[in-house]
Design a protein around this ligand. Structure first.
Ligand code: AFP
Length: 370
């Protein structure tokens, strides 16, 4: 019997580094620290109730220090595992000398690398546990991360990081990835050279390259959206979903399937594996929130992965990776997945305007008005 040779994440990173002979090795070391943090989270998630880590952080706070609220900066309830996962990310990555600072969905302000540690040239941005409202019902959750280069003056001076240092368009990401805590634990990573998937071997404690060069199929007949928000959607999204629902008898002349896990990271993974389109679009539900998901912690890293896999990520109006962030915790409408479907949704966002440009009558009697 012959055994198939598999690369570990470490071997993969060494191989990637060979493309850049001048690289210092800082990035690889940081990535391995991030992977270690996610292995610790995977372990906590897998113990579930047995680990005593489900539920509200104040029921038993033995392992968690400095927790003064059960609501994060997004106004969302924090689970104990949210807090613990955030701690793992910070504690495992802060000491290595590779980071100038971090920002997390779970923390109001940027996190400063303590003075007792060396500061480095990268910024780490993360959502430690996406989909955490699914934890109590034992549905897949995941961590999402993005690695940015710190501005040169931060690297030169070693000064504290400020919000503005993190406000970089998604195209400037050095790497992005997610780790899925599902039936298996999987790391999906892009370092700007395609997308590769690794499965955690529980015996070795190593991420093994199992899904090289992932590609999102260009076409799909599957979409994901929280349809309970339908009354708040803008017209282009209503039109797109209506056409999918009309199936074979509608303008698309084919039937569509629908999925909604409420863990964006798990939806992203399904789309990477078999195609599909995900929408959490801008809507009118809460005028203070132009979308549900966060630009820096969710939309940009997933957008980078999807684009590197040949798919497309958008606000509906412009490519996600071109958006200039204005705030650390900024929310945004997000559409991503199979290229041809996302392009169609973008076209639907443009069309009413184009029609108005061609014929002023459309402003009065548009086909696409409510
Ligand atoms: P939580 O991390 O608070 O569970 O939020 C998950 C999420 O940000 C994203 O992963 C889901 O796609 C989306 O929210 C689900 O939102 P709805 O509950 O409105 O469907």
């Amino acid at each position: 019997m012959t055994t198939k040779r598999r690369f570990t994440l470490t071997q993969y990173l060494i191989q990637e580094r060979r493309r850049f002979p001048d690289a210092s090795g800082d990035f690889n070391a940081l990535m391995l620290d991030v992977a270690l943090a996610t292995k610790a989270i995977a372990r906590s998630v897998s113990f579930g109730e047995l680990g005593g880590m489900l539920g509200n952080p104040f029921s038993e706070v033995a392992e968690v220090e400095d927790v003064s609220t059960t609501v994060n900066v997004q106004g969302e309830e924090q689970k104990k595992l949210d807090v613990i996962s955030n701690e793992y990310f910070m504690r495992v990555t802060e000491w290595g000398g590779h980071l100038a600072g971090m920002a997390s969905e779970e923390m109001d302000d940027p996190y400063q690398i303590p003075e007792s540690y060396q500061r480095g040239k990268y910024l780490l941005v993360f959502d430690p546990l996406d989909g955490s409202s699914n934890i109590d019902v034992n549905v897949t959750v995941g961590s999402i991360f993005s690695i940015l280069r710190a501005p040169q003056d931060v690297i030169d001076s070693g000064r504290d990081v400020v919000e503005a240092d993190f406000l970089q368009p998604g195209r400037e990401q050095v790497a992005a990835g997610y780790v899925l805590y599902g039936p298996t634990t999987m790391l999906v990573l892009t370092v700007g050279n395609g997308v590769d998937g690794f499965t955690l071997d529980p015996n070795l404690g190593q991420f093994m390259l199992t899904h090289p060069d992932l590609k999102v199929p260009e076409n799909t007949q599957e979409f994901a959206i929280n349809a309970s928000n339908a009354r708040f959607w803008e017209q282009p999204i209503k039109r797109y979903v209506d056409e999918c629902l009309a199936g074979k008898t509608g303008p698309r002349e084919k039937d569509f399937n629908m999925r909604w896990i409420a863990s964006m990271v798990a939806e992203a993974h399904r789309i990477l594996m078999r195609g599909g389109v995900f929408m959490y679009p801008r809507d009118t539900k809460d005028p203070s929130k132009p979308g549900r998901l966060r630009l820096l912690y969710e939309a940009n890293p997933v957008g980078y992965i999807i684009e590197q896999a040949g798919g497309r990520a958008s606000t509906g109006r412009e490519p996600m990776l071109d958006v200039q962030p204005e705030k650390l915790h900024q929310r945004i409408g997000l559409v991503f997945g199979s290229k041809n479907e996302v392009e169609r949704i973008e076209r639907y966002h443009r069309e009413p305007q184009e029609q108005r440009d061609i014929n002023p009558l459309f402003a009065e009697r548009s086909l696409f008005r409510d």
